[in-house]
Design a protein around this ligand. Structure first.
Ligand SMILES: [Zn+2]
Length: 101
């Protein structure tokens, strides 16, 4: 089934994007997801490389930067599930950063 990508409007199959990424294939924050097309999904990896936040095991600070990068790209409202998941992600990363300080 072809669906329009919410980012680029191209019709196609959507993939589940995890804005904070994965470690060894497992999503770091599995509840925080967005359905976008494959090219848009891979574009995020390019942005991470350009921003220097593409480490295989990212720090909490790098995950915060991935998050802000994504929220700049996703220039629209979050749905209720995305909003609730974002609050959890922010709380978890804030705790990790505070513990490391
Ligand atoms: Zn797209």
């Amino acid at each position: 089934m072809n669906v329009e990508c919410p980012l680029c409007s191209r019709p196609g199959r959507l993939e589940r994007h995890h804005p904070t990424g994965r470690i060894h294939g497992r999503p770091i924050h599995p509840k925080f997801t967005f359905d976008i097309c494959g090219p848009c999904n891979r574009e995020q990896n390019t942005l991470w490389r350009m921003a220097g936040i593409d480490a295989e095991i990212p720090t909490a600070e790098a995950l915060m930067r991935r998050l802000t990068t994504w929220l700049t790209v996703w220039d629209r409202a979050l749905d209720l599930h995305q909003h609730a998941a974002l609050v959890e992600v922010l709380a978890e990363l804030s705790d990790r950063i505070a513990e490391a300080a």
